[in-house]
Ligand binder design. Structure first.
Ligand code: HEM
Length: 118
């Protein structure tokens, strides 16, 4: 049981995390405009699949690469930090431990260069 995906509680927990995560993103005026034309149901499914993959769960992500997805959005460090802070809150909302939350954030942080296209 040392895969992060399993420690967190698998698909059921990730579903809850992403639901809460998207609620927080859409309630944040600095982030919401980026998602104005996004199909949030599709986004929800892709985000769950993506997290599952980077947290060592099933490889079921079929969306675009982080570089392609976020290209042309002119994303800044502040956007990235805001998203990460919402993710931390969402993980806390499902009772994830600090250790697991930090492990998840470390994985997301590795993608920063690709997401900010820098
Ligand atoms: C924590 C880092 C992030 C991760 C792990 C992440 C992950 C993803 C994933 C997996 C998708 C789906 C791609 C697809 O469906 O092909 C996506 C789409 C998207 N992301 Fe991110 N993202 C991150 C940060 C951000 C930030 C900081 C913003 C803007 C504030 C952002 C804005 C978007 C938007 C607008 C879409 C939808 C694009 C569309 O509708 O075509 N993301 N992201």
């Amino acid at each position: 049981m040392d895969k992060l995906y399993d420690k967190l509680g698998g698909q059921a927990t990730l579903d809850k995390v992403v639901q809460d995560f998207h609620k927080r993103i859409l309630a944040d005026n600095t982030l919401q405009p980026f998602f104005a034309n996004t199909d949030m149901e599709k986004q929800r499914q892709h985000q769950v699949a993506f997290f599952s993959q980077i947290f060592e769960g099933p490889n079921q992500y079929s969306g675009r690469t982080m570089e392609k997805t976020h290209a042309g959005m002119n994303l800044q460090q502040s956007h990235f930090d805001a998203i990460v802070s919402h993710l931390k809150e969402s993980m806390a909302s499902v009772g994830a431990s600090t250790e697991d939350t930090n492990a998840a954030v470390a994985r997301v942080d590795k993608l920063k260069g690709a997401i900010l296209n820098k």
